[in-house]
Design a protein around this ligand. Structure first.
Ligand SMILES: [Zn+2]
Length: 466
């Protein structure tokens, strides 16, 4: 049909299909002009038609995955931190084999890798889609009973196994955009595990789609499912060489249409306090309790600012996460977070100042400080890779969404992958209220995420020439 319409008309249609943003617009439009434009329009339309006929498998996959307990454990030193994560890894490999990806495999660390060969003759950058299999240690993931609430109409959702757990529209304003959609929740005693099994299901569905629809173009694609993201170790044993991609995308974001290209920069900070111990009956004028020094330090932390409970959006914080000790020694562990990496040095210096100030009242005591890098704001790298951001934004438009770039007040596997040489922004997965019993996801958002993956991979075959 494309041969019967003029090139000008095709361009107009193509632009209507997707309004390109600069500088990618020029890049892509140039590529399109230099190629067989009618063919490109044809295959985008072709994909759209196939998607409209496709019976998505993400919901059923998701319902299966969440029933497998994959909670990770921050106290464990093994990899994966919990053996049970491998149960999901094994199932995913089996399912990948079933759809025809015979190279899919898992390893001793519980990672899953799979590769799809390019089905186009030209040179297209390899891309990777990544999601994590574990669920948060903050809330039980054992015996998850997912419940579908079809055709949601804005009502409060009362979870049957604990009716005190209520998902209220006014506390979850994103639900406003889900009227008429199908919401999945847990039953009230566990988290749901949409973080990040929604992402796993969406990627799996895209793979199933490609295997069923071999006429849909894509370059080389790597799939990676990681363990232990929730305990900050999702990339500890990742094999970047094996992934062998130019750009990566995690599907671990919240709201439909969001692309996260900024994360916190993160440091750990430890204060080790040495006090002076004495028999308490004979301690007058001699004892300097490390416990009291630690308490004094904590009481002097900023409260109205630089605190998780009083900050939002782009504001950073200093957050004590652990304290232990006795009279002679005490240790306080902090996490420091800000989008501006240099601020982390300031926060460390502030903790030192507070400590030295407190120690003026304890002249024979001392403190040591250790500041350790945890992860960095991925935008420090991503800003030099506009193509991987722009193409994802375009893919979301093609999926009928209004894309937005946002920042995440945390880190993702993608933050670390980005600094390991695989620029890796975070695409929405539709997961909401994660790490809690109120967690929810909508079936239709999961489908939109899969569509985004499909359009994105195809866009790379249009404008992604190296
Ligand atoms: Zn996650």
């Amino acid at each position: 049909m494309a041969n019967n319409i003029s090139n000008a008309k095709i361009i107009r249609n193509f632009e209507r299909l997707s309004t390109f943003t600069n500088p990618l617009k020029i890049n892509l439009i140039n590529t399109i002009f230099s190629k067989d434009i009618s063919k490109i329009f044809e295959f985008m339309t072709h994909l759209r038609q196939l998607i409209s006929k496709y019976s998505f498998s993400s919901k059923d996959r998701f319902l299966t995955y969440v029933k497998i307990d994959t909670q990770s454990d921050p106290k464990s030193t093994s990899s994966p931190s919990t053996e049970k994560q491998k149960d999901l890894a094994v199932l995913l490999v089996k399912e990948l084999h079933e759809v025809g990806i015979s190279n899919a495999h898992t390893n001793e660390y519980g990672y899953v890798y799979a590769h799809l060969e390019s089905n186009v003759s030209k040179d297209v950058p390899a891309i990777c889609f990544c999601a994590h299999m574990d669920t948060s240690p903050d809330c039980s993931g054992f015996g998850v009973k997912p419940i579908i609430h079809p055709n949601y109409q804005g009502e409060d959702i009362i979870l049957p196994d604990d009716p005190t757990v209520i998902i209220r529209l006014n506390e979850h304003p994103d639900l406003q955009e889900q009227i008429g959609k199908d919401i999945i929740t847990a039953s009230g005693t566990t988290l749901l595990g949409a973080d990040n099994k929604a992402g796993v299901a969406e990627i799996m569905d895209a793979v199933a789609f490609w295997q069923k629809n071999s006429s849909v173009q894509h370059g080389p694609i790597s799939i990676v499912f990681t363990p232990d993201e929730e305990v900050g170790r999702g990339t500890d044993h990742i094999d970047i060489q094996k992934i062998n991609a130019v750009y990566g995308y995690t599907l671990d974001g919240e709201k439909r249409g969001h692309l996260e290209n900024e994360t916190f920069s993160a440091d750990g900070f430890t204060i080790k306090i040495k006090g002076i111990s004495q028999h308490p009956g004979f301690a007058k004028g001699r004892m300097e309790s490390a416990i009291k020094i630690a308490a004094d330090i904590i009481s002097k932390l900023p409260k109205e600012y630089l605190s998780p409970e009083t900050t939002e959006k782009m504001e950073g914080f200093i957050h004590p996460v652990d304290i232990q000790g006795h009279v002679e020694e005490a240790q306080i562990d902090f996490i420091l977070r800000d989008f501006d990496t240099l601020k982390l040095i300031e926060y460390g210096n502030l903790l030192k100042e507070i400590t030295f100030d407190v120690l003026k009242n304890y002249p024979n005591s001392s403190a040591d400080f250790v500041q350790t890098e945890q992860y960095r704001n991925m935008n420090e790298i991503l800003k030099d890779h506009p193509l991987c951001i722009s193409l994802a934004m375009e893919a979301m438009k093609l999926a009928g969404l209004s894309p937005e770039t946002t920042s995440i007040r945390g880190g993702t596997d993608g933050s670390r992958l980005t600094f390991m040489g695989l620029p890796c922004p975070n695409i929405f997965a539709g997961e909401h209220a994660f790490h809690s019993k109120e967690e929810w996801v909508s079936v239709q958002d999961m489908q939109k995420a899969t569509e985004t993956i499909l359009y994105l991979a195809e866009l790379y075959t249009v404008g992604g020439n190296r």
